[in-house]
Design a protein around this ligand. Sequence first.
Ligand code: G6P
Length: 609
Amino acid sequence: MCGIVGAVAQRNVIPVLLEGLKRLEYRGYDSCGIAVFQGAELQRVRSTERVAVLAEQVQSQQLEAVTGIAHTRWATHGAPATHNAHPHFSGHTGHTRIALVHNGIIENHEALRERLTKAGYVFESQTDTEVVAHLIDSLYQGDVLQAVKAACVQLHGAYALAVIAKDEPHRLVGARNGSPLVAGLGEGENFLASDALALAGETSQIIYLEDGDVVDLHLDSVQVYDAQGEPCQREVHTVHLHAGEADLGPYRHYMQKEIFEQPRAVGDTLQGVEVVSPELFGAGAKEVFQNIDQVLILACGTSFYAGLTAKYWIESLAKVPVSVEIASEYRYRDSVPNPRTLVLTISQSGETADTLAALKHARKLGMENTLTICNVASSAMVRESKLAYITRAGVEVGVASTKAFTTQLTALFLLAMVVAQVKGQLSAEQEADLLRKLRHMPVAISAVLALEPQVIAWASRFANKEHALFLGRGMHYPIALEGALKLKEISYIHAEGYPAGELKHGPLALVTQAMPVITIAPHDALLEKLKSNMQEVHARGGELYVFADANTQINSSDTIHVIHMPEHYGLLSPVLHAVTLQLLAYHVACARGTDVDKPRNLAKSVTVE
Ligand code: G6P
């Protein structure tokens, strides 16, 4: 959510800032901006267009600078407009002294705004960010580090900041509390970014700042100060991201690329899984799994649907009860804590504010058996958890999650097997069979991807629809929910997922020719019941689009359109059906001409409440 890049160097940093913004743009794209030194003054360029347009504006002004900050925004306070775009400036005397970019939300911005207004500051925007710029300016006495440190003490909420001051042209100061920020170390130059990906190609030496840290960057030095304001050493990680990681290659959109990367991503996520062993989830995992008698899954968005699917797997294989909760609900409700609970957070980014807060909330309630399934090893959630499993999806740029979801499912299936093993519920034969099937997933997914031409043929029929219903039963019900989410996120067609058995209790009233009903039809124990549900739709003139496993005997007719899937894949079948629904959402969005990778109003990683 929002992206920050900053640099202090002896060369022109504008290409570094713009390239960094391009790589972070998927995190928020309501507006963007850049602030640099021009001679002795600070100058900024801002735009409500995409970074490519900002880059043209910057080029037309022939800007060159050795120090600067840049930002791409996902609006929270204040509409997406140029005057609300970052960087924000401040200068008490009317002369700009401070430029600042910010990710996160300042919760006490109203009180600070009132105080700073009384002190004579004039606000140009509706943002909480401008408050921070003025606050720092009000505390500035020639040393931007001291001003930022003093300001942070007064800020409540989450923030990552990058700040430059007019009178200190070779200095950049950052601060982190609740929103990710990294320092990148170069030779004779240093960087700040909200994600190391922004710095790929510039440096691989990365410091992940911790909450409460303030960092002071000069050409030849980087000094971190901890929450107490004391100088401290933070570990320097070598991060092997290469600039090409986010390249589109031969694909039309990142989402398409990422859908087609799934065989590789799932295979990588299983790397090193020779045997089913608790240690795959971290040291001490066996003891943790032995000592739990229930699982509480906390997540948001697509990750929540991965959790819902896992409930079916864990209960079926390990016979341990599982509850799955939306993190933003759990964190604020009265719940009944049980210390013998495995608290499982699932997150692509590991930084989603609600999931992180829910995890902290669970810990506060005395539940210390925590596990995170996450795609980012250095993330806050991984650091906050006792155990972790890192999925190896690679960077996911498309806002609609695809490969992150199927790699989460892969890790979750492995978890179900491990817990079943620890609980003595898995025979050696069953274990070997399931592991073999899991290992075969990359091949099975490739076979599903080969159905793309058939999905494309359907997509144009959806292009002029405004509503769609997704039906599934059993462990395919969460996949129906995920299919509906994918379609609404990127095509803007209103879509709902329903358990097919619930159709007659409401949604059947909506069924007309105008609303396609997408049905997931695996060849499982519920098939005949599902066929009855399909008849309920058919009898009311509804149009069915069915993804049917081989041997289901569901055939096409005037109002039933069928794509036949490869053979039924047992407990892992939800993973394969998820892939077809991704393809459907993607091609429908293309047929409607939407901005697939950057759907309106959304962001990749939501690090604010
Ligand atoms: C946002 C993204 C979704 C994602 C959700 C949870 O809404 O657009 O794709 O599923 O956040 O994110 P997480 O990083 O916690 O999985």
